[in-house]
Design a protein around this ligand. Structure first.
Ligand code: NAD
Length: 363
């Protein structure tokens, strides 16, 4: 059984050591008020790629914890998807509504530039295309830009396609067929990815139930996809075959797990299991097939990677389609090893990083 590196030591180096990061960069600028942390988890496979998010963290410790956890997740996502990318992420501490200025963002860009390509940034929570343009003025190490700026464009359709592939593989495991025709599926969150995903699901003849934080968005999606819209908390009580978390993390937790009647969980949200060590095995005990989140939502990263290596949207989609096979392999491996799918996926990612690390150990 894989033991996750959950933090027990809350000191700065204690946390960095437990998450096993290579480098963590604290960025500060008095003039602009910039306070940012860049987490470079692992660069064995390639440069650390991951978005920058701006968030009003309750404490610096929360910001550090977030960037360490997120950047480690990026290492796993790239590794399990067969990409030659390492894992990184950055957080800018502060209120995105009031603190964001051109100077602050460009200053942050200079810190990224100083890393000489060891870290490649991209858009994440509370960052806009305009913000990325400012960062791009100071560093070329930015990916995921809009097509109008020579980038790979919105990653959401590719993320949705990968999630769809992962869902079908999990359905095959649970129901003996990858077909989603007639399957009742609850989609939590109909934003960018959720909407593209529902398009695939509707076309295949699934019966859809959905919810969204914004009621008008939920009602609009329900009308468009012939789905039933339910309240935010009601989504966990639906009699469905598949639950698809496409909004927030940690929705599989002590409060929700006993309410789920589904046989499959497959969605695009990051960090769906509140506690991997507890809720991963708990899903196995309940006979629910869990498609690991960082594996099936990797389409967006695959799309950005295609930009880094000069590939096309079509090549990204072709690579993303392999998520079906990867998910099947991980689910089989988990069963054979008597563990849960998230643990098997993490082990597989760590094994690839370790194996390629050995390849690189000679000149
Ligand atoms: P989004 O912001 O476009 O959509 C999220 C939707 O969830 C919004 O419509 C929002 O109103 C809704 N929502 C928020 N809180 C909710 C709640 N409590 N219950 C129900 N709905 C709620 O984001 P997105 O780009 O579609 O991404 C969705 C998730 O997938 C996020 O967790 C994101 O981190 C993850 N993800 C996205 C991508 C990508 O390519 N966009 C890639 C990998 C992972």
């Amino acid at each position: 059984m894989v033991e996750f590196h959950e933090t027990t030591d809350t000191s700065v180096f204690g946390q960095i050591a437990e998450f096993q990061h290579e480098q963590v960069v604290f960025c500060h600028d008095h003039e602009t008020g910039l306070r940012a942390i860049i987490g470079i988890h692992n660069t064995v496979l390639g440069p650390a790629l991951g978005g920058t998010r701006m968030w009003h963290y309750a404490s610096d410790a929360d910001a550090l914890h977030d960037v360490l956890r997120l950047s480690r997740g990026m290492s796993y996502k790239a590794a399990i998807s067969g990409l030659n990318l390492g894992g990184g992420k950055a957080v800018i501490i502060g209120d995105a509504k009031t603190m964001k200025t051109e100077a602050l963002l460009r200053k942050f860009g200079r810190f990224v530039q100083n890393l000489n390509g060891k870290y490649i940034t991209a858009e994440d929570v509370n960052m806009t295309t305009k913000d990325m343009e400012y960062i791009r003025m100071e560093t070329k190490h930015v990916a995921g830009l809009p097509e109008s700026m020579g980038g790979s464009g919105d990653p959401s359709p590719v993320t949705a396609y990968g999630t769809y592939m992962g869902m079908k593989a999990a359905a095959k495991k649970a129901f003996g067929s990858e077909s989603l025709a007639g399957k009742r599926i609850a989609v939590q969150g109909v934003g960018h990815v959720g909407t593209y995903l529902m398009d695939y699901l509707q076309k295949e003849g699934a019966k859809l139930v959905l919810t969204d934080y914004y009621e008008d968005r939920a009602l609009e999606a329900a009308a468009r996809f012939g789905a039933v819209a339910v309240g935010l908390d009601e989504i966990y009580d639906q009699e469905v075959d598949i639950y698809s978390p496409c909004a927030l993390g940690a929705t599989i937790n002590d409060d929700t797990i006993d309410r789920l009647t589904c046989r499959v969980i497959a969605g695009c949200a990051n960090n769906q299991l509140e506690n991997e060590n507890v809720h991963g095995p708990a899903l196995v005990d309940r006979g629910i097939v869990y498609a690991p989140d960082f594996l099936i939502n990797a389409g967006g990263l695959i799309n950005v990677y295609s930009e880094v290596i000069g590939g096309s949207r079509q090549s990204a989609l072709t690579q993303t389609e392999k998520i079906f096979d990867y998910t099947t392999q991980v689910l089989t491996k988990a069963e054979q090893e008597g563990t849960h799918p998230q643990a098997a996926a993490i082990r597989q990612a760590e094994e690839r990083i370790a194996a390629i690390g050995k390849v690189k150990s000679t000149y």
